[in-house]
Each structure stands twice: as structure tokens, then as C-alpha cells.
Design a protein around this ligand. Structure first.
Ligand code: GLN
Length: 451
């Protein structure tokens, strides 16, 4: 920090890229190692940042790793990108991801799957798998991801890096290609807690261009996290420690608890009784919002355009159909069909409306816990990294890899995944710390002292 020249950092990253990228395949397309001098002398002066392929950066391809956005060049910077640039950072390139952030393994990208740097036969998690893999493989220092149901935290856990999903409204979504607008948040992925807090401090804060952006001051995370954690009240929810949890994950959690206790944290057991419904509720709400958000990809304004049509339909309808048929992958189609179904007139009350009500109960579970506790400790993922291909034929088992992360998005609260050990076979395990709304400071404080 300070005395290292940006050109030297880029040369190091280029060296690593050339040595490992063929195996890891973390990027959506080759990054640039040229130094673009950001004028500002801000907190990230000279730091190259990798961003997920669903975040717009002016003049760069932004394809969400989907064929339907082939050739789409963003005409403007997302607010997070604008803020990074103002702080002196430069955008180095775009990370691989599951198509439109649909997935937990980084295997549904239209380009290639990303591999877990700890074991190349395993997935890095997803959907921000490329962002996490490039950081842990030292091909990047900082990456941004997006998290709708776990897409920052689950791959952070499987790759052994720090990933923060901020409170809904903390970071502007302007320029993030929307998946599920009521759940999406952008957040930083880094090797350690300090870097993570530094980057969140840069990208957080109110933005007029995002109507859901919160009018809240951004705390000085770096200063706040130094305060010790004596007396911090940590809750362990009984529902998250059930059978089926991997033995190595359970062991790592017990050790994490002991370490936090030794630092002065006080533990108690709580209930989050509506946890069981979270996955079902999420796959109604997230697919409904996705089907509406992705309706814009019809061959007219963005990316791919196919012409087609039969004699029974107009050329326009033919274009829509062909473009969407050729442009979306299998998982995207599955979600669009599900989302359209739950929103259709006869079923709206039975599915979407009910799911929205249960979502409220899930939020209230957290509200109750945060009356007595500062943070909630859980595993981030029920298992460590799984093998490439293992869950691709079974969407339900893939959906279950997010059982510990999904409630957090439904409730809108912040959560961080922090590395907390390794399995017997050398795969990283992550713990999740969940905070009250705008309680990122408590999460960084606990994570920083734990680390
Ligand atoms: N894995 C979850 C899904 O497939 C979450 C994805 C995300 O957070 N973008 O929807």
C-alpha cells in the first residue's frame, strides 16, 4: 500500500493470469493489464478492480454471460463503477458468472464454467464464481459481485475469500442488470476484511438514480471495525444446525464459535421459525421478478437479434420467439417459465401474494432476534465446494445450496461470509455473520477480530 506502483501491481496480476487462467477460467473475457490513470487520489488510487459481467462499465462488453446479450456494450457506468473510478480505481475486466446470476456453481455461463482454484474438479460456487475465483487465485485484488440469494457469500465460502452482501438499499443498483429487483445487492469480494470494508466505504451511499437507495450516512467502516467485540451478542439459530450439514462444516462452525467466545462475544440460541419456507418463497419471488425484468430482452434494443417466424405469425413475433429461444440457456428458460406461471392471473394470489406474506414473517423472525442480539452466526453453505457437473442435472439440489443465504435477501439484512477453516480434503469452509439493517459495522468488527 502506498509505495507500490500501479504498473507493478498490474504486471504481477498479468503474471498470475498467464500462469493460472487457463485452468481457473475466472474471467468472462480477457481483462486489460494496461494502466489507465484514474485522476483522483482517492482511497483506491491505482487499484485495479474486476467486476461481475452484469455490472455496466462504459464502453465495455457487459453480457451477463448470456448469449442474448452478445455484443452489448454498456453506454454508461453503473454508480458503483463511477464511485470506484472517482476513488482512483480502474476497471480491469469482467468476471465469469452464471447466466444472469441464475445459479450456484458458475456452470451456466454461456462462455465456460469457472473452476475452484483449490481443486480444479470442483465448482467455485455461484453465481459470482468468477469474481471469487480470480481473487483467491491472485488474478485480482478486489472484485465486485452481486447477491440475490447468496451469489456473493456462497462462492466466497467455497473459494475461501471474504464476501459482503450489504443491506438492501445500502449500495446503488443503478447499472446492475436486474435479476430480482427487491433482492439484488452489489458487494465487495476480497482476500481480507480490511480491504472489504475499504471498498464498501467507497461504493456505498445514497444515489438518486436508484429509487430504493437508502438515505443513510456511510459509517467509517475501517475505524469502526477496530473496536473490540467484548460483549457482542451473537445468536445461533437452531434451524440452521440440522442434520444433513456436512461434518467438516459443523466442526469449523464449532471452532469459530469458540474463537469468537474467546474474544469476548456472548452466545445464545435462538429460533428463526420460518426458515423452512425460505427456499420456496425465494423461488417464487425471484423467478417472478426475473420474468418481468428479462422481458426487455426481445431482440429489439439489446444484443442478439434473430429473425424467424412462421406463416401463422408476424415477423415481429417471430423475432421475439427466435431471439429468446436461441439467446437464453436452459436455466434461464426454466426461471422465466416459473416466474410467468406464478404471476399469471389465476395463480397470483396462490403463489406470489402468499410468498410475499411469508417473506414478511421471515423478516419479522430476524427483527425479533435483533432485539436481543447484534449478529447471527451460521454456516454460509451446507457443504464445501462440490464437483463440476454434480448438480447440473438436478436443479432442486442446486437450489438447496443456498438454504443458509436466501433468508437474508428476503429480509433485506446484511451478511458477510468469512473463511473459517478447511475440510479434511483441503477445501475452504466459510461462516456467515448476519446483521441488523445497516449493521455492516458489527459484521466487519466481528469478522476483523475473528480473522
Ligand atoms: N443461487 C441463487 C439462484 O440461483 C442465488 C443467485 C444469486 O444470488 N444471484 O437464484
Amino acid at each position: 500500500r502506498g509505495s507500490v506502483k500501479p504498473q507493478d501491481i498490474l504486471a504481477d496480476l498479468r503474471g498470475r493470469y498467464e500462469a493460472v487462467e487457463k485452468k481457473v477460467m475466472a474471467f468472462a473475457r480477457p481483462p486489460s493489464f494496461e494502466y489507465r490513470d484514474g485522476a483522483a487520489a482517492g482511497a483506491l488510487k491505482g487499484i485495479p478492480v474486476v467486476i461481475k459481467d452484469n455490472i455496466c462499465s462504459q464502453g465495455d462488453l457487459t453480457e451477463c454471460c448470456s448469449k442474448i446479450l452478445k455484443g452489448f456494450v454498456a453506454p454508461y457506468d453503473a454508480t458503483v463503477v463511477e464511485r470506484l473510478k472517482k476513488s482512483g480505481a480502474s476497471i480491469m475486466g469482467k468476471a465469469n458468472m452464471d447466466e444472469f446470476a441464475f445459479g450456484s456453481s458458475c456452470e451456466t455461463s454461456c462462455f465456460h464454467p469457472t473452476r475452484n482454484p483449490w481443486n480444479l474438479d470442483c465448482v467455485p460456487g455461484g453465481s459470482s464464481g468468477g469474481s471469487c475465483a480470480c481473487v483467491v487465485a491472485d488474478e485480482a485484488i478486489v472484485a465486485l459481485g452481486s447477491d440475490t440469494g447468496g451469489s456473493i457469500r456462497q462462492p466466497a465460502s467455497l473459494c475461501g475469500v471474504v464476501g459482503m452482501k450489504p443491506t438492501y438499499g445500502r449500495v446503488s443498483r443503478y447499472g446492475l442488470v436486474a435479476f430480482a429487483s427487491s433482492l439484488d445487492q452489489i458487494g465487495p469480494i476480497t482476500k481480507d476484511v480490511r480491504d472489504n470494508a475499504l471498498v464498501l466505504g467507497v461504493i456505498a451511499g445514497h444515489d438518486d438514480r436508484d429509487a430504493t437507495s437508502a438515505h443513510m450516512d456511510v459509517p467509517d467502516y475501517l475505524a469502526e471495525m477496530e473496536k473490540d467485540i467484548r460483549g457482542l451478542r451473537v445468536a445461533i439459530p437452531r434451524e440452521y444446525f440440522v442434520e444433513g450439514m456436512d461434518a467438516d462444516v459443523r466442526q469449523a462452525m464449532m471452532e469459530a464459535k469458540a474463537k469468537l467466545e474467546s474474544l469476548g462475544a456472548r452466545f445464545g440460541e435462538v429460533r428463526l421459525p420460518h426458515t423452512d419456507y425460505a427456499v420456496a418463497v425465494y423461488y417464487i419471488i425471484a423467478t417472478a421478478e426475473a420474468s418481468s425484468n428479462l422481458a426487455r430482452f426481445d431482440g429489439v434494443q439489446y444484443g442478439l437479434r434473430q429473425t424467424g417466424g412462421s406463416k401463422d405469425e408476424s415477423a415481429l413475433v417471430g423475432m421475439y420467439k427466435e431471439t429468446r429461444d436461441k439467446g437464453f440457456g436452459a436455466e434461464a428458460k426454466r426461471r422465466l417459465i416459473l416466474g410467468t406461471y406464478v404471476l399469471s392471473s389465476g395463480y397470483y394470489d396462490a403463489y406470489y401474494l402468499r410468498a410475499s406474506r411469508v417473506r414478511r414473517l421471515i423478516r419479522e423472525d430476524f427483527d425479533k432476534v435483533f432485539k436481543e442480539y447484534d449478529v447471527v452466526l451460521t454456516p454460509t453453505s451446507p457443504t464445501p465446494a462440490f464437483r463440476i457437473g454434480e448438480k447440473m442435472d438436478n436443479p432442486l439440489s442446486m437450489y438447496l445450496s443456498d438454504i443458509y443465504t436466501i433468508s437474508v435477501n428476503l429480509a433485506g439484512v446484511p451478511a458477510i461470509s468469512v473463511p473459517c477453516g478447511f475440510t479434511g480434503s483441503g477445501l475452504p469452509v466459510g461462516m456467515q455473520l448476519i446483521g441488523r439493517p445497516f449493521g455492516e459495522t458489527d459484521l466487519y468488527r466481528a469478522a476483523f477480530h475473528y480473522e
